[in-house]
Design a protein around this ligand. Sequence first.
Ligand SMILES: [Zn+2]
Length: 426
Amino acid sequence: MVLAATLFASPIAATARPSSPAHVHPHHPSSRPDAVLRVTFFDVGQGDAVLLQAPEGQTALVDAGRGSDIVPLLRDLGVERIDLMVATHPHADHIGGMAGVIESIPVRFFMDNGAPHTTATYRGLIAALQARPEITYLEATPRTISLGSATIEVLPLLPRGGAEHNDRSITLVLRFGDFTALLSGDSEVRQLTHLTGLGVVPALTLLKAPHHGSDNGFTWDFLQAARPRVVVISVGRNNSYGHPRQAALDAYAATARETFRTDLHGHLQVRGYGDGSYVVVQGDQVASVRTGGWRRGMEAVATGAATAGSAARAHTSHAQLRIRVRADAPGNDHQNPNGEYAVLENSAAEAISIGGWRLCDLANHCFQFPAGATIEGGGRVVVHTGSGQPDGGRFYMGRRQAVWNNDGDTATLYDSKGATVLAFSY
Ligand SMILES: [Zn+2]
């Protein structure tokens, strides 16, 4: 974008260092096991708006939706400054909300793919940038940018003029220890083939489905390289494009463990940890991140409810499930593992069958419920950390040491297909 390039004094950010993508090593985060990188996919209808929050608080906003005001959503997540704003490509469903953000929240660096567009939306974005000369412009050349203890790698673009806007979407690889994510705007087959051919697509924890889950937004070579564990599709309800397409959904189902969609689940937040584990939080629960989720006070048993309300859109029959965790057993936790337990409550009238479901902590210590396990209507089951004889209402993980972190943890319940039913953070 020649116009914007002349607006900013420094084309290269102090935090950016040019780097060959092939030689970037994962940055290993601090030893804090609870350090978390948050990747939030806002439900902005048909469009993309993705917020990255480093453990140390730095933020990057990748696209900003068509124009629905995401400023309140950003504020809900405690965002007071955008360190890096990225316009993956100049289509309105990606840049439409940017001017509003720029006018409301300080932005340090702005990156685009250097290709101007003719629309009023694009001109509005340029005008907003021109009014903020303190924002430093970055063109999307291959480089690695630090975002706290996470890194953002910018992958090579197809040549300017040689591809349509979608196929010049800025593609970012986000790394935090062993957690890896890839965001690539509306890339289609041509760009995905280009990236795969360059060998720059790493194995992923998280993939944002390219091009809203269109059937031109994946190739099998790309997915075989990426091998994502979780896919998030940012897509509008009943959109006129027919996104997501069944062929893409089938491809993700064949290659990833789980797929989430903003049209079905609302806002989605993937919390990535340095050991490569992750938790997906849905809907209203995302906003609780502002305070770090529910924090245990003087009481021994958490009374905060997990978020079944939001999970309910995808898992209607499980809307009445709640998880509580008693993390702090009397005495030394490790000597009293049965004093530590998780409680699953069912406030619906009907029983819920949980055979084959798993309950896991953040470190992926999991308990699988035996076949036939149920929670009666209005009933509960208790999962103790230690050993004992299960009786249908009480289950035992069989561990000798405490599992649930006293300082905060997340209990995630997966169904027998591995889909997240709900997650409770404290
Ligand atoms: Zn789009």
